[in-house]
Design a protein around this ligand. Sequence first.
Ligand code: UT7
Length: 308
Amino acid sequence: MKVKITGTGSCLPKLRVTNDDLGQIMETSDEWIRSRTGITARHIAVEETTTGMSTEAADKALKNAEISAEDVDIIIAATVSADKHLPGLACEVQKNIGAENAVAFDINAACSGFLFALDTAALYLEHGGYQHALVIGAETLSKMMDWTDRSTCVLFGDGAGAAFLTASEEGGILSQSVGSNGEKWEVLSCPKGGYLQMNGQEVFKFAVRTVPLCVEDALEKAGMKADDVDLFLLHQANVRILQSVAKRLKQPEEKFPMNMNECGNTSAASLPILMAQLDEQGRFHRGNKVVLSGFGAGLTWGATIIEW
Ligand code: UT7
């Protein structure tokens, strides 16, 4: 598929909450959270909204790609925590950035959402005759947390990230592998108007088993080996999951950049925030092979290989 990512952007809320801050208001500790998850802080939206952060991330991605909003053909937003039930987040962003010629809609695939949105946008570019797409992952999960449940609320954070995709003659998306298992929806869910609930150990076992298999499947489809990959960008849920996947794929941990230490688990926003931060640091070079992998509620999972 000939689609390139030519712009990225992200936005984090101003308020940074450390593990020690949480230790002041509940029975937890920096030691427990850090050793179990790799998280030391997260950003929590107070004044910020899912739409506002998405708009900022989208604006940055367009600026970064040096493209004007009128040239955007599609906007797909992945979120489970939009500010409104309707309209979709993507439509509000469309108005805010002035992308009057775009078609805009949302996708809910929980923590895999950005990856599914990216794949969907790429298919539109390849088969729909469109040229430019904006893909957003954004969450204010803090609003869905039970702040008396230490087993969940310490894990998550808020933020938004965006990637700008353009149809291209070369490189682009080399392969995809996606899957879901609705039988297991109860291990991670949030009822309407209620709080997020998770069976952490079940999700952990699922992630360490499924992510390597799906990355291997995507590699096989692209005719590649894990050694050919420059960077593995995994959903930022837990450092131990990333370490386990690195080990299973026989790859050095340095190839697995992380930001969960500063951002926590931001669900659909984690991959695009990480991508934008790495892009800003100049970590991507033309021709680099990058694996993106998301996994989470549904259960859902996926891996996409991109040539930068
Ligand atoms: O984005 C979607 C993907 N989500 C994930 O990938 C999450 C995957 N799961 C995990 O990352 C881990 O399962 C957790 C980090 C959520 C939990 O780690 P764990 O090693 O599985 O801990 P646990 O749930 O088995 O809890 C161990 C102990 C319990 O105490 P007892 O029963 O052994 O006395 C918990 O009550 O730790 C206790 N505990 C805490 N203690 C201090 C649970 N949460 C906390 C806390 N602070 N925040």
